[in-house]
Ligand binder design. Structure first.
Ligand SMILES: Nc1nc2c(c(=O)[nH]1)N[C@H]1C(S)=C(S)[C@@H](COP(=O)(O)O)O[C@H]1N2
Ligand SMILES: [Mo]
Length: 171
């Protein structure tokens, strides 16, 4: 039987307090089937990756069309830094991966890796660091899915992103 090593601990870019608890601003944790799990503040997302801008309109079932301008890194580039545990040269291997993005209130949604991947959907999905010119350091990052017509996946106050494959249920 093969031995399974425990998953690597998320790398916090900022120091932790003496008891090991994270100090300072809240971090979003990127975990799952990854070589380098990450724990990132909105400041990290702004400083460590190139910022893109997206001017979007999405429809909210309750409030109608919403217009916003978001700045932030491409989710794909942030996830590349976390090192998904697939063979990056094999499209079929990449196409099996999923992402689950969770907000501070527990709202969550899934994306497929292929939606983001340049060989598939190539969607310019962002992890926003600012909305309409206002920084999101206090509120937390927001998912920006310009290719979506509706707002349900514009998840705010992101606390976590899980990356990996799921077994297809039998029967
Ligand atoms: N964390 C979280 N994010 C969320 C939601 C939610 O319930 N929780 N609702 C979504 C829905 S349905 C819409 S339409 C947009 C609304 O974004 P707005 O408040 O900026 O217009 O947020 C999305 N993001
Ligand atoms: Mo909505």
């Amino acid at each position: 039987m093969s031995r399974l090593s425990p998953p690597p601990r998320p790398i916090a870019v900022h120091p932790t307090s003496p008891d090991g608890a994270p100090s300072g601003p809240r971090r979003l944790v990127i975990r799952g089937q990854l070589h380098r799990p990450l724990a990132l503040t909105v400041g990290d997302l702004r400083e460590r990756w190139a910022q893109r801008r997206a001017e979007v309109v999405f429809d909210c079932a309750t409030n109608g069309p919403q217009h916003h301008t978001f700045d932030g890194p491409l989710l794909r580039e942030v996830l590349d830094a976390a090192g998904p545990a697939f063979d990056a040269r094999r499209r079929k291997d990449r196409s099996r991966f999923l992402l689950a993005v969770t907000g501070g209130d527990g709202h969550h949604a899934v994306l497929s890796w292929a939606e983001l991947d340049a060989d598939f959907g190539d969607a310019p999905v962002l992890l926003a660091t600012a909305m309409d010119g206002r920084r999101l350091d206090e509120a937390g990052s927001q998912l920006v899915v310009p290719s979506d017509r509706c707002g349900a996946r514009y998840i705010s106050a992101i606390t976590g992103i899980w990356v990996g494959t799921c077994a297809v249920p039998e029967g």
